[in-house]
Design a protein around this ligand. Sequence first.
Ligand code: GLU
Length: 309
Amino acid sequence: MSKLQIAVRDIADEMRERTDRGEVATYIPELANVDRKHFGIAVVGVDGEVVVGGDHDMPFSIQSVSKVFTLTLALGKAGDRLWQRVGREPSGSPFNSVVQLEYERGKPRNPFINAGAIAVTDLILSGHQPREALGEILRFIRFLADDQSIGIDEKVAASEQRTGFRNAALANYMKSFGVLDNPVDLTLGVYFHQCAIAMSCLQLARAGRYLAMSGRNPATGHPVINAERARRINAVMLTCGHYDGSGEFAYRVGLPGKSGVGGGILCVAPGKASIAVWSPGLDAAGNSHLGRVALEALTRRMGWSIFGA
Ligand code: GLU
């Protein structure tokens, strides 16, 4: 067994036994039904080595992890003009905070808090019907993961659509400042559906490989994005990928990562591997508790922190 295989096996065994599992998100009613007992991990190395553990092939709601892929798409469409609409500073505020938007006149702090992600989705939507925009997002993710079976959990999308009052407030507020170009309900419809994409750890780790490989798609060797852009997306993931828990994640794990309230985290060890973990119980900042614990253990054992072994 390789060092990585042993580490993943040990971590999956330990996570199965842990009783501190955090709390599942309940503000999206459909997510409240997910069993906290799940834990999955998948590591896809840049050399092609694939190592998995626990519930690695069980699909879960990727939620905000989708924001990595929409940011990549939107940068492809708008280039650096995107940064006129959305900042790239950590927010230090909860993922759905409203107050910061008022201070900053409708310009979201970064593309990974909800307001910023809604503004990014609005950019992808411009010039398209919502169905086309969603199709583009889904096709991109399927292409990255090299897996046509990835789809949307319509029940989760409908559940969030029914209860997404906070996101509607954020979107309407941005609209009042002219930050959104499209009708608020259409932008939100695409946003709720992108968050409801269901993927397994293995699919997610495969989809994230381009960020570990300087923007290249390992299946073809062709660039998805250029190396500079991959580096910069990783930088935003490191500083903003875990909301007001981003500092703690950098301190403990030391890798760029993006979490979602479904309990998934996509994590990038540049030049080494793309990693996905899933455990539905969240900490107070809305990030997967055991997901973070597992990644901390993995980076420590493999010496993968970007800040030094
Ligand atoms: N769809 C969720 C929301 O907008 C995403 C939040 C998250 O995953 O952190 O509330």
